[in-house]
Design a binder for this molecule. Sequence first.
Ligand code: BGC
Length: 757
Amino acid sequence: MVRKRVLLFALISIVAAGRNFAQAAPRSEAEVQHFVDSLLGQMTTEEKIGQLSQLFVFDSGEAVEKSVAAGEVGSLLFITDPVVIARLQHLAVEKSRLHIPLIFGYDVIHGFRTIFPVPIGMAASWDPSLETQGQAIAAKEARSVGINWAFAPMLDIARDPRWGRMVEGAGEDPYLGSAMAAAQVRGFQGDYLGAPDHVLACMKHFAGYGAAEGGRDYDASYISDAQMENVYLPPFHAAVKAGVGSAMSAYMDLNDVPATGNRWLLTDVLRHEWGFDGLVVSDADAVKSLVKHGYARDLHEAAVRALNAGVDMEMAQDATAFGQGLAAALKSGEITLQQIETADRRILAAKVRLGLFEHPYADQARITGVLGDPAHRTQERVAAERSAVLLRNENGLLPLKKGAYKSIAVVGPLADSKLDTLGAWAFQEDLSETVTVFEGLKSELGASAQLSFAPGVQITRKFFSFFDKIDHTTHPPPWSAEQQDQEMKKAVDLAAASDLTILVLGELHDMSGEAASRQSLELPGREEELLENVVAAGKPVVLVMLNGRPLNLDWASARVPAILESWYPGTQGGNAVARLLFGDVVPGGKLPFSWPRSVGQIPINYAHNTTQAPEDQGKRYWDVESTPLYPFGFGLSYSQFKFSGLRVSKTKINPEESLDVTVDVENTGCCSADEVAQLYLHQQYGSASRPVRELKGFERIELQPAERKSVRFKIGKEERTYWSAATRSWVVDPSTFDVWVGSDSSASLHTSFEVTR
Ligand code: BGC
């Protein structure tokens, strides 16, 4: 009894001491550990196991409340109502024996109330600071309602656009992906874990999920060791280096070992090699799924193997396998108390660092102000503008001149759809303030033009998404064949009668995202037909794309004069698109993936190996070019840029040395605009074959007309290190290196240097 009191006193005084600096500075490691040790010293085994469970609930219910009050749950996810969050937190803090607060998790993927462009769009900005700002706003909004843990960033490299979750990541490239990973971690977490208005970030899905066979979501991934180390893992490692506080284990089988039961991934790589000291949560029901995978015999064994692999907390829809299996496993000696305590330490440490013991409750009075902050909407619009990629602009059709077109047809099923302006993983938006492309154009043009809208076609998934229930998607009754023809005709007639058509095509918000893979990259439904009919109407056409993956634009890329890729551009998306089209801002985004000509070219990532017949088209497909439609890194501007004077600071270095590469970039065109200088490297020979080129530096710069800037890149040991399948280790080879710098991955400005022995 006396011992208990002393410990409780110690605990309270730590909490009280914490209060003084709760929001101002990170807690020291010693303080955190001392606090956690004191707690652990008082916890029963049941309470220790309870902390390892995270329940997936959409609302509270009697059963959940009972578990919370009994201290049987460490975390809840998917509760977003601040009143419910507060009620549950009060239960945890006031009713559970040791008053341990819950940590509330949620999928804060690209915004909370303010919905930013989808992650693939943010990556297309090639502007890490934009990512940081965006995720800082998302964190602030989420935290304001009491959510302290974001299940983002998603860091899965995606080289197969059939895979729907490509929309959630940064595309095909590990270097760009790593830069965006670190930037997002900084945005979510701030300068340190526990920084005011920030949350715990969770890198996911560890690891290899993007390589699902056939692009089919959840299917197994088979990834060679070299690809794993050189391509799929680097963004995760970058996030760890940036201090990410948690990781989510992936669903799928990785080389026949499910990621959630994969000790090599979760312990050898993550903990031992990288020194990650945060917590690992499983993906939803992924521990229980070890049984479905044909990996664990039953739930009991699933719990044991997940814990042994390195999962600290289990996310599950109903009772967790941890909750059901770990107590018995402890008794039978299959696991040790120390293992449970290790997982507890990581979870409790995160709660301490986040300040949840001192400030378990959100300040209800602040919520409306934070969620309604107009500065967040402005920043979102800027993000949408900076994410857009101009794919084509024949004869300078863009920017459109205000007043030059008296009547404008806005055509397409996505042109005036609010949900489809936002994309997947948006649930907390205010649809009434979401600006569609049609609405954005109306407010941009005012009375200066007559705008009319026609959807033209209706598009739909063959198999509906389970997200429909969560994001309030309703499916309008399908059009009859006759109605389809009438709507098509209406749209084409409108285009023919107008001075200009802005055609908005792509995919519905639920055609990309989780469980949203497809076998084709064609424009869905009759969109291609609509496109061809509208072009045949003979008036100028601008194509605006809303989508999260490359679609087949082979026909459009030769016949539609202007194409703007605007992704799912978010809350202010329509305003951003209108401002881009009318030249208030100049597009400067670049593709974060290679855009295939057709689905049959997949995978077509630019960083493929050199091979025995490097440039020989005749030895590849005989029915199509082996180049992509648009290369990785590609994006036009309303202005033009010239790259020149590529130079290296040294032509010969030893393996330990670095050198500088400098290039001059000049704006030779009409207007102030941004260009992204991109550096690509190629190792000519070495212990293993290396890709034909790899991105190793980039910088987005703004230039006034006729202005010239020098951009300098450092090529150090890190940029030349790779995992060699020949030596089965990380190597830095002596070799000759090619360097290209330019505006995309097909850059031709070249120099080289040598690394001696
Ligand atoms: C997804 C995760 C997500 C989790 C919680 C899973 O189905 O794979 O990305 O964070 O659900 O919503």
